[in-house]
Ligand binder design. Sequence first.
Ligand SMILES: [Zn+2]
Ligand SMILES: [Zn+2]
Length: 418
Amino acid sequence: MTDTPEPSQHEPNPQASLHADAAKRRIEQAVHDNDANLRAVAREIHADPELSFREHRAQRRLIAPLEAAGFAVETGLAGLETSFRAVWSGGAGAADGPTVALLAEYDALPGVGHACGHNLIGTSAVGAALALKEACPDLPGRLIVLGTPAEEEGGGKIIMSEAGIFDGVDAVMMCHPQEKTMVLRGALACVDATFTFRGRQAHASSSPERGISALDAMINAFVAINSIRQFVKDDVRIHGIITKGGDAPNVVPELCEAVFILRAADVDGLHTVREKVYRAVRAAAEGVGAEVGIAEGLIYAERNNNRELARLFRANLENMGLEVSDPPKSGGVGSSDIGNVSRLTAAIHPYIRLGDAGTHTPAFAELAGGEAGMVYLNRAARALALTAYDLFADSSALAAVRGEFEAWKQSEQEKENA
Ligand SMILES: [Zn+2]
Ligand SMILES: [Zn+2]
């Protein structure tokens, strides 16, 4: 094709054949050729943010170009209306070839819209798939774009994992915008917990002795949680807000509510933290004669990055001329529902730099809808498509990725049996 490679930064991979280099140039050119369409989709989703499980218009915007390109699309997987699966089986022998899934997220945050840049995540997965099909129509395998709703709240990938949606998928990947380009950043296990405190209403001045303050129970719970912070591991994060704090200062509050997120390095560590926090919360309520109910969300597992897959992704980023930073040695991480997927199959969740703003801020939302976001989109689509190509075209690369995952699974099994 007529693409201009980047010879100055291009370090030829000794294993890559001339054939692979040509195919990769075609893939990158296909992403470039589709750039205006991808930008339009990403900008439309950005301008029309939809919250977790309600991403109907974003779903349609992502599905439309896949359908037009001949992908077989179905929606409503695992009972999630706003999920989708778009499948393309390549050339001869595709049925016996590998299955690679690119994950699309497209949910927004309350108040700050696309402040996590999921408009770019969804569109880059679609852009990568379209380019791969366009440039390499005879690819020996199945390429899937999986629309996974509700990453921010609800854990769509957890629900899809439990429904078997990832069965038979050899590798999954997605790419997330961030301040730095990083490939092997981890993520903590986490769970959200809603604490509902129930006391008894009374006039706060004329008959306070008849009341039980749900608010005092809740304040005591915050204090009790703070008092256990010293006695947990460094990786633990416990953070909460008050969502109901009473209705009037002259009424002893009957119902108060706080929502917390608990995090730890892994699910085992998270169980320890849950026990300590819940005990502190129950004791705080009991201390003032109140009751407390605890409602938990789904448990997000820690991220199990596949290093072999990450190595392929990193090589593609570097061939594109991008500088890759090391992940932080400690701290600096959140959680994501891809953690649960990474226990089922080989997975990566790398990051490409968007600009100088932290995720979940208005400044990040602005970048995600502006020119920086569109540059990110082009880069992420290329890196995803090139790495997927590596898995289809190089059976030894795929074998290394799968070998690492199977070895990890076995070691987990042995830990469980021990
Ligand atoms: Zn987020
Ligand atoms: Zn995000």
